[in-house]
Design a protein around this ligand. Structure first.
Ligand code: ADP
Length: 855
């Protein structure tokens, strides 16, 4: 227990898995936590007053338990026995060999193959700049950025790291960023000493990890907060992994201005990588467009969606690759078929690098590398191969060479664990073959020996057997005891039998048991040698993995385009957005041919499309699909439309009613206004904004006034491309007052007492909301509907009067007014008119116009 306490004190914050023979045991509070998390029985060591709560898990099943502990947000320290308990004198030596934390996983069973598992570090320096770094230990990728705090949060919301590091302040408390990370839903937030985030430490870490004298070579300045965050990540990884990390690549700089920026609320509400309701990928954009065949590809597609591009050339480059693949449809299927059998090269290489790769990892890698040339040959034969994945084609020889090496060394289906032997291939090492021969032949030898003894002694029933404690022995039942030859030595008496040993059997025992133990030890050595020989090839293997992942994504997008008839959008730098027969990528897959395609026309002068129409008509679907189409276009994908011209957006914003959700104690209206303020303050004329029902969370007049003012501001000041779905019909007046504002509505057919939603977007405004109709569809009882209809009639009359009486005017008199009093407007128009110079017809015209407008 003293030993246990000592490790426990050394690793505060970790649950200690303490190896005792075939079990990992936990004590005291850890035992309680483990029992709760893992559903284990809580037992006790010692009895009575000294009883210590204890819980344990068998060592061979530890993976499953670790997964649960980590998933529940715990960190685990694994303490192993460092010597053979049978040989140890006194207390068995133990040591913590590994720290497992949610953000530093590498083991297959602990990870989701199709999702990255990030460790992030955030650090704010004076003046508001924030450094953010994130690393994926299992693949060795790492990125870093610096920017405003807002930009860092946007990135974190999309990354959703499994764990985040923040600095400890000089007074020992955690940086307040930690609390914000937890509020974002990041379960594991770890505070690290402040000096881990310093330029000096960064230089040291970078030198240690990448043998680079300065960080300049990676594109960072010395005091860039991004590099300070990287430094903190490096020291955390070293501390937890306790091994070299040859596979960790230098950080890539993430430049905010190169990407379509998507804030947290937009990311969430557009349901790009998961749905709001279930949190799953099913029903999200990713779920609808992901046709990748490998985990590497799936993870890369997620990265693409998370960071759509702004640079037209980069977008065209990806489009070009998809187009080249689409020219040879049969190849897409053939390549996909080959990719199906690929292993996760990236993660296997990562595990090999941190010395956690098992026999099956190397076998899978060998198999995969052996089939890679087949894939590369196919690529080399593509008519426009240089547009697809030209670097891959050149990797043929390294694949062959590595495959030959691995496959000669490792059995095709090795035992899962090295401790079982049966890993290294026959014929790889002469000494191993000899030892194995000995071990296998022993069975034969034993059978022969037993037969010959039986014959010599005349005891037909004797048996030569083995047990762990006494080794090999000859067992003779009591009834034959008198036939036992003198030269046999008695070893043990058991019920109804005696056990003996002979000099010959003893000699055999020494050789045979020795051979097995020796062959397993030798296999371990050989395996380590094979692993070591892999290390210099890690970088090219990572290149290969990257190329295969990219090919997988491109092929996936090509087959999606083929299967769902997506078109190649024209992507430009102009401020334009034209979509013909656009479809919602997710909904169209659910509804099939029932889905109604719609157009979007944003000319260079247009800024605001107001979509009015009843609830359930398809307004949200229309505006969301537009945002998703733009996003898809900016990752380089084809898009669900007949044709499209898309001027790249710099930012994407959405404000979509999250009406019933609770937002950390803020009222729905507050959240709505915060998001709206963010849009108005940050959108540019290159941004794409979708607004769904602004102002719903307050009284009608407040809401309408705000919606009006916001629309005006967008149309006259910000001029971002905006799609605004609203049930405020009054807003349709804006179209007459501002250039660049257009009214759209959703076509509805009324037929007898029925209302049919056509889901077709048409020009013009509408003034009916059909709410009662929707209520009927939802099953509201007929008498309630009847009463509602009656009230609607009365209220309409009253409301019109009320609205007309309300006055809303901005301070600036030149601004148009809303709900103006007609009398006042008419008298103003008359006063403004230059009556002296008017002809009678013109005067007549003015009167007619005023009458039309205000009657
Ligand atoms: P609104 O925002 O106008 O209340 P939604 O966009 O939420 O309406 O659409 C309501 C439902 O109508 C959707 O769940 C879908 O089933 C159907 N719908 C919407 N748009 C289309 C469309 N273009 N084609 C077919 N069905 C649609």
């Amino acid at each position: 227990m003293r030993q246990y306490q000592q490790f426990k004190a050394q690793y505060p914050g970790y649950i200690l898995f303490f190896r005792m023979g075939d079990f990992y045991e936990m004590f005291w509070e850890d035992a309680r936590t483990a029992a709760r998390t893992l559903g284990l029985a809580l037992t006790a060591r010692s009895k009575g007053a000294d009883a210590i709560p204890m819980a344990g898990v068998p060592f061979h099943a530890v993976d499953g338990y670790l997964r649960k502990m980590i998933a529940a947000g715990h960190k685990v320290a694994i303490c192993e026995q460092m010597e053979d308990a049978a040989l140890a004198r006194g207390l068995v030596k133990r040591d913590v060999v590994r720290l497992m934390t949610p953000g530093t996983l590498t083991d297959d069973p602990l990870l989701d193959g199709r999702t990255d598992n990030y460790l992030a570090a955030v650090y704010a320096i004076k003046g508001g700049q924030v450094g953010l770094a994130w690393a994926e230990l299992s693949t060795g990728n790492c990125w870093a950025m610096s920017g405003t705090e807002k930009q860092a949060w946007e990135e974190i919301a999309r990354l959703r790291p499994a764990e985040a590091l923040v600095a400890e302040l000089p007074n020992g408390s955690e940086d307040p960023l930690g609390a914000k990370l937890r509020a974002l839903g990041i379960g594991a937030v770890t505070a690290r000493p402040g000096w881990h985030f310093t330029a000096h430490h960064a230089r040291e870490q970078v030198r240690k990890q990448w043998q680079a004298a300065t960080v300049g070579g990676f594109g960072f300045s010395d005091d860039d907060p991004a590099i300070l965050a990287i430094a903190a990540i490096l020291s955390y990884l070293q501390e937890t992994q306790k091994t070299e990390m040859n596979h960790l690549r230098p950080p890539r700089r993430h430049l905010v201005e190169e990407h379509l920026s998507i804030d947290a609320a937009t990311w969430r509400s557009l349901e790009i990588d998961r749905t709001v309701r279930s949190g799953g990928v099913e029903g999200a954009l990713l779920g609808a467009v992901d046709r990748t065949r490998t985990g590497m590809g799936a993870r890369m597609l997620r990265q693409w969606l998370r960071s759509p591009r702004r640079d037209v050339a980069q977008i065209l480059h990806r489009q070009g690759a998809i187009a080249a693949l689409l020219e040879v449809p049969a190849e897409i299927a053939a390549i996909a078929g080959l990719l199906d059998d690929f292993c996760d090269i990236d993660r296997i290489v990562g595990r090999v690098a941190v010395n956690r790769g098992g026999p099956r990892d190397l076998a899978a890698l060998g198999r995969c590398l052996a089939m890679a040339p087949q894939l590369l040959d196919r690529l080399a034969k593509l008519p426009r191969k240089e547009e697809v994945e030209p670097e891959l084609v050149g990797m043929r020889s390294i694949c062959e060479e590595r495959a030959a090496h691995l496959n000669a060394a490792i059995k095709a289906t090795p035992a899962p664990h090295l401790r079982e032997g049966d890993v290294i291939a026959d014929g790889y090492d002469a000494e191993l073959d000899r030892l194995r021969q000995l071990a296998t032949h022993s069975q034969q030898w034993l059978a022969n020996y037993q037969a010959s003894l039986a014959k010599e002694s005349g005891i037909a029933s004797l048996k030569v057997s083995y047990n762990k404690v006494f080794g090999y022995y000859i067992e003779v039942t009591d009834s034959h005891r008198d036939k036992v030859p003198m030269q046999w030595t008695r070893r043990q008496t058991v019920r109804n039998a005696e056990r003996y040993i002979t000099a010959e059997l003893k000699q055999f025992e020494d050789e045979a048991t020795g051979a097995r133990a020796k062959s397993i030890a030798l296999e371990q050595q050989l395996f380590e040698k094979v692993r070591q020989e892999m290390l210099p090839h890690i970088a090219p293997m990572q290149e290969l993995a990257f190329g295969v992942a990219r090919l997988d994504v491109l092929c996936g997008l090509a087959s999606l385009a083929q299967e769902r008839r997506y078109c190649r959008p024209t992507v430009t730098n102009d401020r334009i957005l034209e979509i013909v027969d656009g479809r919602h990528p997710v909904l169209e897959q659910q509804l099939g041919s029932q889905f109604v395609a719609n157009d979007v026309h944003f000319g260079a002068e247009d800024s605001l499309l107001l979509i009015t129409g009843p609830n359930m008509a398809g307004k949200s679907t229309y505006i969301r699909q537009t945002a998703q189409i733009v996003l898809l276009a900016q990752i380089g994908s084809y898009v669900p439309a007949k044709s499209a011209t898309i001027g790249v957006a710099d930012r994407l914003f959405s404000r979509i009613g999250a009406s019933d959700e609770i937002h950390g104690g803020q009222s729905t209206f507050m959240v709505e206004m915060t998001e709206t303020a963010n849009i108005l303050n940050n959108a540019t004329d290159r941004s794409l904004v979708i607004l769904d029902e602004i102002g719903r969370g307050t009284s009608t007049l407040d809401g309408l006034s705000l919606a009006w003012a916001i629309s005006e501001h967008i149309a006259s000041e910000v001029r971002c491309r905006t799609l605004f779905a609203t049930h405020y019909h009054e807003l349709t007046d804006l179209a007459q007052r501002f250039v660049g504002v257009k009214n759209l509505n959703v076509a509805v057919r009324e037929w007898e007492d029925q209302v049919i939603f056509l889901h077709r977007i048409v020009d013009g405004g509408t003034d009916r909301s059909y709410g009662i109709h929707v209520a009927r569809l939802a099953g509201v009882p007929p008498q309630v509907l009847k009463r509602a209809r009656q009230l609607l009639g009365e209220l309409s009359v009253q409301q019109v009067g009320q609205v007309k009486a309300a006055r809303y005017r901005r301070n600036d008199d030149r601004q148009p007014t809303l709900f103006a009093d007609p009398k006042e407007e008419i008298s103003r128009a008359v006063l403004r008119a230059n009556v002296e110079e008017m002809t009678a017809e013109q005067a007549m015209e003015l009167i007619k116009e005023l009458k039309k407008k205000y009657s």
